[in-house]
Design a protein around this ligand. Structure first.
Ligand SMILES: NC(=O)c1ccc[n+]([C@@H]2O[C@H](COP(=O)([O-])OP(=O)(O)OC[C@H]3O[C@@H](n4cnc5c(N)ncnc54)[C@H](OP(=O)(O)O)[C@@H]3O)[C@@H](O)[C@H]2O)c1
Length: 286
């Protein structure tokens, strides 16, 4: 994987998109100008997979993304998500219309069920199918789905579904490697790693043992610990990462991860420093 604009095929969609994308959870906490500028710089650097959700800032994140996409919609692989509480058939159709309006676009490239809720999957999937027929979404996927849920989706929707499963995946949370990732690999479903930097900065603190490992490997590549962390997650060819950055410096650093090529020995060293752990019951989420 070389070059900041390195692309991968996004599951069954056949679309080639950046392996490194851009998240948007809490993007509205930043100054709007800075968030928009960071996202546009990300697009300049080839980070064309933009992830959002109706939940983020109750629509505020989608509005910021609309601003960042002005004049550039066709460059973007745009993903949004319906809340489980809206995921009835009619609720999903209505939620999608509202997301499209906030995003100021006529289509989503992929639309996800944010996590599984009380509505039967048949209803949500029925709405997704209708939205595909109407050209309002080009594909659909799920998020936070464990293997049993994925099996149900495949039983209802058949081969080629879901397009992706967006899940928690970072150096200190590798649970998906036990069963979810293999399921997705078998079914041609893209795996999108959310919170790829994890929920604490400790792994990036060179005073810790784990941080030192990342720092030493990074130094050998003229890279940063965060770039090494992203590249470790991307060692599986079906995985995409969506780090969120609201500053130009951060987004440029994240894009630069595509230039870092880790050797098998370096991957093994990271694997040992951040062990996968045993299979546990339930899929970790945040
Ligand atoms: N499906 C789901 O249930 C779910 C759940 C959580 C997240 N997500 C999606 O996944 C995306 C990513 O996850 P996340 O936002 O939780 O966490 P993340 O991307 O792992 O981390 C975001 C944090 O890292 C900082 N950061 C980014 N690049 C950096 C860099 N190069 N150096 C130092 N700090 C850097 C950001 O700061 P700045 O903003 O200041 O740059 C922000 O504080 C979300 O934004 C969202 O789109 C989905």
């Amino acid at each position: 994987m070389t070059g900041a604009s390195t692309t991968r095929t996004f599951g069954p969609t056949g679309r080639r998109i950046a392996a490194i994308g851009q998240g948007s959870w809490k993007i509205e906490d930043a100054e709007a100008d800075s968030a928009v500028a960071a996202m546009r710089r990300g697009l300049d650097l080839g980070l064309n997979h933009i992830d959002t959700a109706e939940m983020y800032g109750s629509g505020a994140a989608e509005r910021i993304i609309a601003e960042a996409m002005v004049g550039r919609r066709d460059e973007v692989f745009l993903v949004s998500k319906v809340l489980p509480s809206n995921a009835s058939k009619r609720g999903t159709l209505a939620a999608c219309e509202k997301s499209l309006a906030r995003l100021r676009t006529d289509r989503l490239d992929c639309y996800l069920l944010h996590w599984r809720g009380a509505y039967p999957l048949e209803e949500t999937i029925g709405a997704f199918d209708r939205l595909v027929r109407d050209g309002k979404i080009l594909s659909w996927g799920v998020s936070n789905f464990d293997v049993a849920d994925l099996d149900e989706v495949a039983a209802i929707a058949g081969a080629g579904h879901p397009a992706c499963n967006q899940v928690l995946y970072h150096l200190r949370e590798r649970a998906i490697e036990h069963a979810v990732l293999p399921w997705c690999q078998r079914h041609g479903t893209a795996v999108v790693a959310y919170t790829p930097f994890g929920e604490s900065n400790t792994p990036f603190d060179a005073r810790t043992e784990q941080g030192m490992v990342l720092e030493e490997i990074a130094a050998a590549h003229g890279a940063t610990a965060r770039q090494v962390a992203l590249r470790f997650l991307l060692r599986h060819p079906d995985v995409f990462v969506i780090p969120k950055a609201s500053s130009i410096v951060h987004v440029a650093e994240n894009a630069g991860a595509a230039r870092v090529d880790l050797s098998a020995a370096e991957l093994a060293r990271i694997d040992a420093a951040f062990p996968r752990g045993r299979p546990r019951r339930g899929l970790p989420t945040i």
